[in-house]
Design a protein around this ligand. Structure first.
Ligand code: ASP
Length: 348
């Protein structure tokens, strides 16, 4: 066993805290789903540019000696501000025509966590989730209460109209028409929830963090909350592993996907890429769900599995060069091949 792996394994047991100097790594995603090469070149360019910017902003934090939590927050706010993603501006609409957002962040070094759900006015939901983690005694806040806390903490609130984009509005209109005609939605489930954003980071102290932000699923009703703000389901980090998921949230909740991956890594000693592939490419699809995840371990190993056509994704490591990929058959430069017995059904 390599020394670094041994140190990480011991740290994961909580016997010692990991404080060796590490080479910072940041990984981001902008959602997994039906991503076809027919996407307009302008849109593809904008998405690649946003992922690159998120990696650069987050990595600048890590290079400046800031924490993994700082890097995750910086990367996610870039994607929340970009209307191409289903988080912050550009969030999907609920059945009632609202943008209703969820987010969570977790600090693997302390197991501190903060999460919010069902907010309508918070410009950057990830920053409110962080405030919940750092400035309250609670882990999760919802709706009006979460917004009252945001006001108290000076988190930027905006008019709900800020989040509206025509494209997301038209997606809702289509879904409503299909509802009215009792038709099955023509967009497969993946398309309805596509575009959630997330980040995982390893800082120079060897600490990990994870964060996720989403508008949830188009046409969602009754205060539906997905996996993204559920600690352990869509977002989880400990001293040896950090995960942010994206996909059909109900399945990520039922498999406690992010926690499941991390437990396999830190408790069962399963290599990160195999653990992530087992959950994302085997367990979730076997139940009928779909999606992807980004995962990072304390050695800086990057894993970006998905069982959909594609996943907006990217990572940046020691050389400071952002690597961004969209399609399933596109080399994202992160991975050596999976071990033959990993059972991965799709790249990377
Ligand atoms: N997982 C999110 C949800 O179910 C959506 C997504 O990741 O695309 O709310």
């Amino acid at each position: 066993m390599k020394l670094s792996r041994l140190v990480a394994a011991v740290a994961a047991l909580g016997i010692v805290s990991l404080s060796h100097a590490a080479s910072p790594v940041l990984v981001v995603h902008g959602g997994a789903g039906v991503i076809k090469r027919e996407m307009s070149p302008a849109r593809e360019k904008a998405i690649r540019a946003a992922l690159t910017q998120a990696l650069q902003n987050g990595y600048a934090q890590l290079k400046a000696g800031k924490t993994a939590v700082d890097a995750v927050s910086a990367a996610i706010t870039v994607l929340e501000d970009d209307p191409n993603f289903n988080a912050g501006k550009g969030s999907v609409f609920t059945h009632d025509g609202k943008n209703e957002m969820d987010a969570a962040i977790m600090d693997g070094a302390t197991l501190g966590a903060g999460s919010i759900a069902g907010v309508h006015r918070v410009k950057n939901p990830i920053l409110l989730a962080r405030a919940v983690m750092e400035k309250s005694q609670h882990v999760m806040m919802v709706g009006d209460g979460a917004e009252a806390f945001a006001r108290q903490e000076g988190i930027v609130l905006v008019d709900p109209a800020y989040f509206r984009t025509e494209e997301r509005w038209q997606q809702l209109q289509k879904a409503l028409k299909e509802d009215a005609n009792d038709e099955k939605h023509s967009d497969v489930e993946t398309a309805k929830h596509f575009g959630t954003v997330g980040a995982v980071a390893l800082d120079a102290q060897g600490h990990l963090a994870a964060g996720t932000s989403t508008g949830g699923m188009t046409d969602k009703r009754w205060g539906r909350v997905g996996d993204s703000p559920i600690i352990g389901a869509g977002t989880y980090a400990n001293s040896g592993c950090a995960v942010s998921g994206t996909g059909w949230g109900e399945y990520y909740i039922r498999t406690v996907a992010a926690h499941e991956i991390c437990m396999r890594v830190t408790q069962m000693r399963v290599p990160l890429r195999r653990a992530a592939a087992e959950v994302i490419n085997q367990e979730i699809p076997s139940m009928g769900g779909n999606g992807g995840a980004i995962a990072l371990d304390a050695n800086g190993t990057v894993s970006m599995p998905f069982n959909t056509d594609g996943m907006y994704r990217g990572w940046i490591g020691a050389d400071g060069v952002p690597h961004v990929a969209i399609y399933g058959d596109e080399d994202d430069g992160a991975a050596e091949p999976l071990p033959a017995d990993a059972g991965s059904s799709s790249p990377p």
